[in-house]
Design a protein around this ligand. Structure first.
Ligand SMILES: [Zn+2]
Length: 239
């Protein structure tokens, strides 16, 4: 019979993997593991481990400014620094729609989106379509169509709404949507400019609904008007 290996002799990489798996299950368990021995504590300091925790990003208590939550904020800051995608996404939403760091927020959102994070890709697509120039609008539309093809928009909207709804109403800075920044620019299009009326008719004060993707403007043949309808849904995620 072989003698059991002393856990302290496990290679650092193995400890790092164990710590990462533990972090993905529970932050509390990660803290306990890190206190168990020096090898676990050292592994727990790796960037990889700080990218793993499952954090309820919509839960405002995690971002509480109370002095009691300083340790939690330090932990989140370290996750952000290590490239934790969910934390970066939340931070980008905060910079874009709550703070005054629009440029930094958009930059972070692009970085997170480039790593395949669907809610960030969704946010980027909406922000691009809200711009005035044709090239940005087109780029945003292509990104959104990619998400649509993958069946991702609903989960993206739920993630975005979860974050924005967890913030103080008076701090939210809703993006502007008006007749001048419509995606559909064809004056020959019969549905152009009617998306607001369709939204009011469909939802009639009920706000955005998870099932909006099934109805709404799905029957409209103009893909640009459909994008305008999606922008209206995006704005109503802030309600
Ligand atoms: Zn149109």
């Amino acid at each position: 019979m072989y003698p059991l290996t002393d856990p302290a002799n496990l290679p650092h990489d193995v400890w790092t993997l164990i710590a990462g798996r533990t972090a993905a299950q529970s932050v509390r368990d990660l803290c306990s593991l890190r206190m168990s021995c020096t090898a676990a504590r050292n592994a727990g300091e790796e960037d990889f481990v700080y990218r793993c925790p499952s954090i309820p990003i919509w839960d405002q208590r995690w971002w509480s400014m109370s002095p009691m939550h300083q340790a939690g904020r330090n932990f989140l800051a370290r996750c952000r620094q290590s490239g934790h995608l969910e934390v970066l996404f939340r931070s980008a939403v905060s910079d874009l729609f709550l703070g005054r760091c629009h440029f930094a927020g958009m930059e972070t959102m692009h970085i997170v989106a480039a790593q395949g994070h669907s809610p960030a890709q969704y946010t980027v697509s909406m922000m691009l379509m809200l711009r005035d120039d044709f090239e940005s609008k087109n780029k945003g539309l292509q990104t959104f169509r990619g998400l649509e093809a993958a069946g991702a928009p609903t989960i993206c909207k739920l993630a975005f709404r979860g974050v924005i709804q967890g913030t103080w109403t008076h701090l939210r800075r809703m993006p502007m949507l008006n007749a001048d920044n419509l995606v559909c620019s064809s004056h020959a299009c019969p549905s152009r400019g009617n998306m607001g009326a369709i939204y009011r008719h469909k939802r009639c004060g009920r706000g955005w609904d998870v099932n909006d993707g099934d109805g709404g403007a799905a029957h409209i043949p103009c893909v640009h008007c459909w994008a305008d309808y999606e922008l209206i849904l995006f704005i109503h995620l802030f309600d």
